[in-house]
Write a protein of this length. Structure first.
Lengths: 248, 282
């Protein structure tokens, strides 16, 4: 063995040791978010969406080879990670099962990690103060409750029960039209006298987060119902269509 | 192939979980079956502790420290329940949520971590489907059920089971409870399904296996899991699998260990025979 070989071995060994020390220090310095910092805005919807987004990113992007698992454990964790990735992809195409799976995961993340409980859930949607609920909140709560009994027929049942498909005149319009107004939703909400427990409230919040993050926004739940379809048009284009003189 | 439920109508200590772990481990080593052992009990980690040491201190939990908690979500029974609720549970993916004791032989689906009874009830409603799906992939599914019939979910899982191992220990009250339960639930606990199992048995007491067999009106000697000091130590030190591997699988001899192994062997034979009988009956 000549000097060059010894020097080469020395360089390799030193490099390997340095790499190990570097990795160990890097891991040590990594910030571990054991507890969520709580302030006034922690439990609003935007912060929750951000948290869910970050956590799901972490779960799907973690390098499994880094954490020293056994071969069998690695295989299983990889399969689970793949399953989650597949569901996150599938739900954007409207797959109902993938949507359920992702929603279950969001539910777990919020309840077990983010610390959402009975005392703070109303900061996301004011369930305890009906006067502060928006028409969208009220509609989503009604649909959630109807879904328990009627499943994907909820919208049909709601329309049938309250005759929402009647041809009606609305303020400022000369011709009658098919429309469901905010007032009607508010009246239905009052008439139904719904009592939500914590699980129901969290499910409504999870649906809202899901539709903001992966779903189809406000039509997400309607789209899944047994209906012929949902068609939409932006306000700007519809105004232009109805009133060609409209410029904005 | 078959679901074997371990259950007892007594809310007192019956040695049910340990019996399930013992028989499943012996079966996995001795027979060429792919076995899943499911823990369906509430707020009880005895089954997990039979095979693994549990550290509640996150600072000591190496896996948690290494993965920074990023993988713990959607794991275990909770994760599998989510998959079932969203119709994503194929027989193959059940293995992803289990822990391996013997590769391709024995997997354990640990119990739910929740301490909220309502959440437990909500999740275990899905266990009937879980057992049904797991049964397509595994040769045998052993399930350790919550005691008594106070929960509808337990009843549903007992209905799903092909064999019910009714556990009781060496005392008169529990033997009487067994007789009473069988008489009260003739449709659920049919003679074809039911196998009584004497846990923590001791041949030196009046309630030894022969006397108990006679007392409960069985013709053939019922299976037993004898009290063995060495085995009790293994249970509390997460060494059930190692116990069988270290002590050999011979049931011959007159020491306590060989008695346990012979008893486990007899219990396995009884189950296998009963399954054969059920197969012919179908």
């Amino acid at each position: 063995m000549n000097i060059a070989n010894i020097a080469l071995i020395f360089v390799v060994v030193v490099t390997a040791v340095a790499a190990v020390v570097y990795m160990a220090r890097k891991n040590k310095n990594e910030i571990v978010e054991d507890q969520v910092e709580v302030d006034d805005k922690t439990y609003n919807l935007d912060k929750m969406v951000k948290f869910v987004k970050t956590r799901l990113d972490e779960i799907t992007k973690i390098n499994l080879y880094d954490i020293g698992l056994s071969e069998e454990e690695l295989k299983r964790r990889r399969a689970k990670k793949y399953e989650l990735k597949k569901a996150l992809k599938g739900c954007t195409y409207g797959d109902v099962n993938d949507k359920k799976y992702v929603k279950e995961l969001i539910y777990d993340l919020l309840a077990k990690e983010y610390g959402v409980d009975e005392t703070n859930i109303s900061k996301a949607i004011p369930f305890d103060t009906p006067s502060l609920l928006t028409p969208q909140d009220k509609f989503e709560i009604i649909i959630h409750e109807y879904k328990k009994t009627f499943g994907y027929e909820s919208l049909n049942e709601l329309i049938k029960k309250y005759k929402l498909d009647d041809f009606k005149y609305i303020e400022g319009e000369s011709k009658p039209c098919y429309v469901i107004t905010n007032e009607e939703i508010a009246d239905i909400y009052d008439a139904e006298q719904l009592h939500l427990d914590f699980t129901d409230k969290l499910e409504v919040v999870v649906q809202r987060i899901y539709q903001k993050y992966k779903g189809f926004s406000s039509i997400d739940e309607i789209r899944d119902m047994n209906i012929d379809g949902v068609s939409g048009r932006s306000i700007w284009s519809s105004r232009k269509f109805l009133k060609p003189s409209c410029t904005n | 192939m078959a679901v074997i439920a371990f259950w007892s109508n007594s809310d007192k200590e019956t040695g049910q979980t340990v019996s399930a772990a013992t028989i499943a481990t012996y079966m996995a080593i001795e027979h060429n079956y792919r076995i899943l052992l499911v823990d369906a009990t509430f707020n009880d980690d005895t089954l997990e502790r039979c095979f693994w040491t549990i550290s509640n201190d996150p600072k000591k939990n190496v896996t948690q420290r290494l993965n920074k908690g990023k993988l713990d979500i959607s794991a275990g029974a909770e994760g599998l329940a989510s998959a079932i609720a969203s119709n994503k549970a194929t027989p193959e993916i059940i293995t992803n949520y289990t822990r391996v004791v013997f590769k391709n032989r024995l997997d354990v689906l640990c119990g739910l971590k929740t301490k909220d009874k309502n959440e437990y009830i909500k999740i275990t409603k899905l266990y009937k489907d879980l057992l049904h799906t797991a049964n397509k992939y595994y040769d045998l599914v052993f399930v350790d059920l919550e005691k008594t019939l106070s929960l509808e979910n337990t009843k549903a899982m007992l209905e799903e089971a092909d064999i019910i191992m009714y556990n009781f220990t060496k005392n008169l009250k529990q033997a009487n409870e067994y007789i009473e339960t069988v008489q009260k639930n003739p449709n659920l606990l049919t003679k074809q399904k039911l196998i009584p199992l004497l846990s923590n048995s001791d041949e030196n007491t009046p309630y030894n296996v022969k006397n108990v067999t006679r007392y409960i009106g069985e013709r053939k000697e019922i299976p037993k899991i004898p009290y063995t000091a060495g085995f009790v130590k293994s249970i509390s030190e997460a060494g059930v699998a190692n116990y069988f591997l270290n002590n050999g699988m011979s049931g011959k001899g007159f020491n306590k260990n060989s008695d346990l192994i012979a008893s486990a062997s007899y219990a396995c034979e009884t189950i296998v025979k009963r399954l054969e009988e059920l197969k012919y009956r179908i």
